[in-house]
Every structure is written in C-alpha cells, then in structure tokens.
Design a protein around this ligand. Structure first.
Ligand code: AMP
Ligand code: ZN
Length: 465
C-alpha cells in the first residue's frame, strides 16, 4: 500500500516496523464539547485506514487518547484550559463534562460506523507516566524549569520542523486569541510539559509532581499514551492537519528525545472540513453535529458517504446541497443492492478481479472515491447477484456504509432464508393437503416479506422483490 506521509511530504510504500503488525495512534477528541462533523471527517477517514489495513491482513493495534486536561484555548500554551471553559459554560465539574462528551463522541462514532479503537485512554489516567517522561527529558537536558513550569527546549533538536518549513507565525495563535506571550520560554517554539503557574490558576484538576502541584501540557499525553500501549515504535500516527504543528511536531520532539531513536514512520493527516465561513471549529460556537444532521432527517451514514466521496488530502466543503446529492445517491445505491437476489453461491473467481480493483484504489493512498465507484462497477458487472453481493459485502468491511443490511445482509440472510424455506415447505404441504386457507395465509406472509415464489421444473424457487 502506498500512503502519503507528511514526514517527507511524499507518497511512500507502507512498510510496518514488524511485518504483519501495525501500531497506530490517533489523537482523540478534546471532550469539552460535542464533536463537530469536521472532527468526525478526520475520524471517519482514520477509521477507513484502520479497516483497510485489517482488510489487507494486518494485525492492527489502534490507540486513542481522550484529551480531558491540558489543552489550552491557544495551541501556543496560553489561554484557559478548554475543559475548564466547558465546565464553567455548563456549571458542571471538569470530570462530569469529560464523561458526558466522551460518551457523546462514541455515540456519534457508532452512528457513523466508526469502530472504537482497541485502546482508549483518557489523559487524566496517565499522570504518573507523564511525570516519568518529563523527569527523563529534564535528566537528558531536553527540558528546563522556568517560572514554576517545565518547558521543552526545542533548540536542543537538530531539526525541530520535521514536517517541512512551518511558518513560525502558526505559533502566534495566542496573539490572535489576544493572550500574552509566555516570557519564561527560552525559544519561541518551546512548549510547556508541566504547568504549576499559569495566568489561569483556577484549574480544577491538579496533581502533585516533583515541580509542585500542577497539570500536564497538551502534547505530552499523546507521546506517553502511545508509548504505554504501542511501545517504542509507532507505525502510523493520525490526526487532522491542524495538529501537524505545533502538536505533532512537539510529540515527535518529546518522544524522540525520550526514546533516543526515531519514533513514528508514517504521519497521516486529514484535511479540513470547511463551511461557508472556513474551517469548521468548536470555538466558533454554532457548529454542525451528527445529532443536528439527524434532526434534519439525514441518515448519519450519508455523511460518511459524503466524506468517502472525496480524498482525505483535499479540503472538503460542506453544504446541504451536496449532502442532499449524496443522500439521493445513497438511497439509489441501496435500492439497487436490495434488489439483488441471494440465490446461489458467489463465484469467488469472478469476484476476485472486482475486489482487486477495489484494493488497487485503496492501495493508492486510500482513494475512497474510487473505492466507491467500484461498488457501481460491481453492480454493472456480468456476474451473478450472489457474486455481486459477496463483492459489495467485502468492500463494505472497509466502507462501512451498511450497504447490505436491510434484510439482505448475509448474516440476516441465512436466518431469513431458513425462515422462508420453512414457510415454503409448509405452503407446499398445505397445498398437497388442499388446505387452501393455510396456503394462502403463507403466501400473503411471504408477500409481506417481499419474497417472490416461482414454480419451476426444478421445484419452487424464490427471490426478494
Ligand atoms: P479536537 O477535539 O479539537 O482535539 O479535535 C479532534 C480532531 O479533529 C483532531 O484530529 C483535529 O485535527 C480534527 N479537526 C479539527 N477541526 C477539523 C475540521 N474542520 N476538519 C477536519 N478535522 C478537524
Ligand atoms: Zn495528539
């Protein structure tokens, strides 16, 4: 498989550290508010990546953190903690907010058929580990204490800007948020590992540490949680493109300084979902959520399909008009698939070239839009319905659009097939016994189940309408 790697900024052949095994890490949500559909675009595309790796035979371990402390309103370590802001907004405690929005996030994920990662770890579970990593960074001379906080010294690195030339102004988010710059920093790009002093001293959750009562910076959690569950070598790190700098750049700085070797080989970044006002973001206030789409009558999977229709490395603009087009396409597609009959066995040899074409699309930097067109190619192909259903069922392991779920689903199918076979047998018996009332009742029941019966020379055959 070829993947675009932000490290090196090129498409590269994917080769995991250990053959057959993929260690994957995903920056999880900051749980101070609902996830917006922009956040969820990132999680949908990461889900496709994970599922495609599994489809390709890899054993994947996917780890995700939950940011429930330390993410300040500005990525440049200034401003108020987002969690505290959320708690104040809702007159609740930080932990209550964290629980509520973590549950809301996974409920949205479920609606979008986003698989839960193998490991989900809230930052507040791992404070001891953060302290351990920060202590080692201090011991190794990569960190310093100033004004009560512990900072990472980016001047100690040969190459801090690992993803290419970042604009230092990107760090000036704080300025945009009209927050003062931190005078304790030796270098503009240095970042906080542990806070004991900040302008916002009302932080609700604080922990004892060798540097005083305080709380961790945002970046350290991802380095530590990945290390805890994926070990020293990470194959793929995922996130939205806004996390590339400073968050991911700082994660690499910490992890490699701590480990003493290269940490993660592939960086998978999903471009943003925009709306008419630009990048969709929680701080803008009114943003679109899955529940809102549902309230407007959309099936959440229509949004998933909307995301799959475009490449993850292109910005995507949301509009209801485009979503309506996808909704129409989704309904039509489902109807065409529902019309296929389960009669007979799939021909795996005939399915192979169809599946190979799908693999070719996804192998090429996860080309999901081409992957979707493979479904239409299957529908047009000169193969039996059973072969079509089998092939589409395979694609849907990755696309997760519930393409074969309305009573036609293969698992349900064997159950419903058994029920139908039994009804047909009873009807045949009733007819043989001239019990027309029973025979007619069964015929009506089958009709309700959209089952069409045909008398052929080989006996009774049936298919769905
Ligand atoms: P957050 O909850 O703010 O920590 O963000 C969760 C994930 O959503 C991160 O991977 C972000 O990079 C990503 N993200 C934030 N805004 C957008 C957007 N408009 N489109 C796509 N992904 C986004
Ligand atoms: Zn992260």
């Amino acid at each position: 498989m070829v993947l675009y790697n932000s490290l090196g900024q090129s498409k590269q052949e994917f080769v995991p550290h250990t053959p057959g095994k993929v260690n994957m890490y995903t920056c999880g949500p900051t749980v101070y508010h609902y996830a917006h559909i922009g956040n969820l675009r990132t999680y949908i595309m990461e889900d496709v990546l994970e599922k495609y790796l599994r489809f390709s035979g890899y054993d994947v371990n996917r780890v995700m953190n939950i940011t429930d402390v330390g993410h300040l309103t500005s990525d440049a370590d200034t401003g108020e903690d987002k969690m505290l802001k959320g708690a104040k907004r809702e007159h609740k405690t930080v932990l209550e907010i964290a629980k509520f929005y973590t549950d809301a996030f996974f409920s949205d994920c479920e609606k979008l058929n986003i698989k839960r990662p193998d490991v989900v770890e809230p930052a507040t579970n791992c404070i001891d580990l953060f302290i351990e990593m920060i202590s080692k960074l201090l011991d190794k001379g990569y960190a310093y204490i100033a004004g009560g906080n512990v900072y990472f010294d980016t001047s100690k690195l040969e190459n801090y800007y690992v993803f290419g030339n970042m604009n230092e102004d990107d760090l000036a988010v704080g300025v945009r948020d009209s927050v003062e710059e931190d005078k304790n920093k030796r270098n503009k790009t240095d970042f906080v590992l542990w806070f004991t002093k900040s302008k916002f001293d009302s932080q609700e959750l604080k922990w004892e540490s060798p540097w005083g009562l305080g709380y961790p910076g945002w970046h350290i959690e991802c380095s530590c949680i990945s290390y805890k569950h994926n070990g020293e070598y990470l194959d793929i790190h995922c996130g939205g493109v806004d996390n590339k700098f400073p968050h991911h750049t700082n994660e690499i700085a910490q992890s490699e300084a701590f480990l003493g070797h290269k940490w993660c080989n592939y960086w998978f970044h999903v471009l943003h979902l925009n709306d008419a006002r630009g990048k969709m973001s929680k701080s803008k206030g009114d943003f679109l959520t899955v529940s809102l789409l549902e309230k407007k009558g959309y099936n959440p999977l229509v949004y998933r399909m909307f995301c799959l229709q475009s490449h993850y490395r292109k910005p995507l603009t949301f509009s209801y008009e485009s979503l309506d087009n996808t909704a129409t396409a989704y309904d039509k597609l489902k109807k065409r698939i529902d019309a296929l009959s389960f009669d007979g066995e799939p021909n795996l040899e005939e399915a192979k070239p169809l599946i190979d074409k799908f693999k070719e699309a996804l192998d090429n930097d996860l080309n999901t839009s081409l992957g979707l067109t493979c479904v239409y190619d299957v529908l047009k192909a000169d193969v039996s319905d059973a072969t079509k259903l089998y092939s589409i069922g395979e694609f849907d392991k990755v696309l997760s659009l519930n393409l074969i779920d309305s009573g036609n689903n293969t698992e349900n199918a064997s159950e419903s097939n058994a029920e139908i076979d039994e009804l047909i047998a009873k009807r045949t018996k009733a007819r043989a016994e001239k019990d027309w009332a029973t025979a007619d009742a069964i015929r009506d029941k089958l009709k309700e189940m959209h089952v069409v019966i045909e008398d052929t020379k080989d006996g009774i055959k049936w298919h769905f309408e």
